[in-house]
Structure formats: C-alpha cells, structure tokens
Write a protein that binds this ligand. Structure first.
Ligand SMILES: Nc1ncnc2c1ncn2[C@@H]1O[C@H](COP(=O)(O)OP(=O)(O)OP(=O)(O)O)[C@@H](O)[C@H]1O
Ligand SMILES: [Mg+2]
Length: 240
C-alpha cells in the first residue's frame, strides 16, 4: 500500500469517526438546551464526549503534520529552557480521567529536584502525550508509573506500564512509521473496521523517536510480552 493511501485511510477513519461522534452528541445536546437544570449530569456527559473527540482529532492532525514535517525535513524547533517536571504533571493531569475510566492508577514518582531541560516545550508535550497515551491504551489492568532521574548532562523520564507488553521480535519495528503490532486493541467506536487497524495510526512512536533525536536526546524500550513495557527517554539538561 502506498503512503498516500495509508494517509487517506487514516484520515478517512480516524478523523471521520470522532467527527461523527461530535455531530451525534451535538444533536443530543440541542434537545437538552431548554432543561439543563433538570438533567445536568447527562448534559455534562455529552459535552465531555464532544470535547474528548475534538481533542483526539486535534492530536491526530498535529501528529500528521509533525510526521510529514519530519519526512520533508522542515520541522522548526523552538529550543528553550523547559520545566520538564511541570510538563509531566500537566500531562498526567490530562490523562487522569481516561486512566480512571479504565481503572488504572497513575503513580507520579517525579524526582522533585529534576532540573529543567533544553528542548521544545510544545514537542515535549507531543512526546509525553504519545508515551503516556500508549501506556494507558495498551494496559487493561494495573498501573502506570512515571519517574525521573538525572545526572549532570541528561534528564531521564521513565514511563512504565503493567500492560500487554511487546513481543521481542516486534520491538525493533515499533518506531517505524504506521507500524502497529497486531493486537486485539479495539477502537472505542467500533470493533469492525478493516481500513486501518483500530485504536491508532501507528504514527506516535515514529514522531516521538524523531523529535527526541532532533532535540539531541535518546529513547529506549524494554518490554515483556504479557507483563508490561518500560519506555525511557532522555533530554539534555538546561545549563545557564
Ligand atoms: N506501552 C505499550 N505497550 C504495548 N505496546 C505498545 C506500547 N506502546 C506502543 N506499543 C506498540 O507499538 C505500536 C506503535 O505505537 P505508536 O504509538 O506508534 O502507534 P499507536 O499508538 O498504535 O497509534 P498512534 O500513536 O498513532 O495513535 C502500537 O500499535 C503497539 O502495538
Ligand atoms: Mg501511540
């Protein structure tokens, strides 16, 4: 299959499905507009679904843009001092509802002395969103642990999960563009989609790997099939 076809498939499915959810819930909301006092819970549930679907669309579009930017070698990084602790905490916060919904605990073990890094503030969020999002997506029970450590030159961030894990033979391929291990992770919208494998596009780790390299960092993975995975990435310490 050509790359263009892959992209069209992803656009067709991954962007269109959340758009349909937005549309349906917006129609439901219209019916409730006159009686919000009475059915506030329901009203808020529909609103939160709309927000989540829009959020997913924006994230995927951002990832598509970054990915084609990487390919065309035209990504502009804004390298500055970034408080990585604060970034991780923000990201954990953003994912807390999703984790709660799956009954998964997120353990925050960020070292409070973790120094700032020299990196792109927005791209760091893209990296953390992908890695923490994956950890939650591929974990059905247990927990996610997020840790930091550092030396004079690098800050390391560890994202560990008790999820489905990755087979040894699949590990080298996960960084490839569009690569997804053939697992039974179903999309929350449908389990009967054969355009692309459900639950994502396989762009996440490709983008993560390339962004980290561009910021003069590194990323590695350790995983045991059926037991869980550990992703560790490092970025240069900011020095005055
Ligand atoms: N924490 C994890 N546990 C188990 N498998 C993982 C984990 N992270 C990544 N993988 C495997 O690596 C594949 C590639 O990950 P990647 O983030 O690139 O794609 P995706 O999450 O499937 O889609 P996208 O990130 O584009 O929404 C995943 O499909 C999954 O098979
Ligand atoms: Mg992903």
């Amino acid at each position: 299959m050509s790359k263009e076809k892959d992209i069209i498939d992803i656009l067709g499915h991954e962007l269109k499905t959340p758009a349909t959810v937005i549309k349906l819930n917006a129609q439901l909301l219209e019916k409730f507009s006159g009686q919000i006092d009475k059915d506030r819970d329901e009203y808020e549930r529909y609103l939160s679904r709309i927000n989540q679907a829009i959020e997913e669309q924006l994230e995927l579009m951002e990832m598509l843009l970054t990915s084609s930017g990487i390919e065309g070698d035209n990504i502009e990084l804004n390298i500055e001092k970034v408080d990585i602790k604060e970034r991780i905490e923000l990201c954990i916060d953003n994912f807390s509802n999703q984790a709660k919904g799956k009954n998964i605990r997120i353990f925050n073990k960020i070292n409070s002395d973790t120094p700032s890094v020299l990196a792109d503030k927005i791209k760091i969020m893209e990296i953390l969103n992908n890695l923490i999002g994956n950890a939650i997506k591929f974990t059905n029970k247990g927990s996610i642990t997020i840790q930091t450590s550092f030396d004079n030159d690098y800050v390391s961030v560890i994202i560990k999960d008790t999820g489905i894990g990755i087979k040894e033979e699949d590990i080298p391929k996960i960084w490839d563009k569009f690569y997804r291990v053939d697992n039974d992770c179903k999309t929350k919208y449908s389990d009967n989609i054969n355009i692309v494998k459900p639950g994502g596009s396989g762009l996440g780790l490709y983008v993560v790997y390339n962004l980290i390299k561009m910021m003069k960092g590194d990323i590695e993975v350790e995983s045991k099939y059926g037991k869980g995975s550990l992703f560790i990435f490092r970025l240069p310490v900011y020095k005055d």
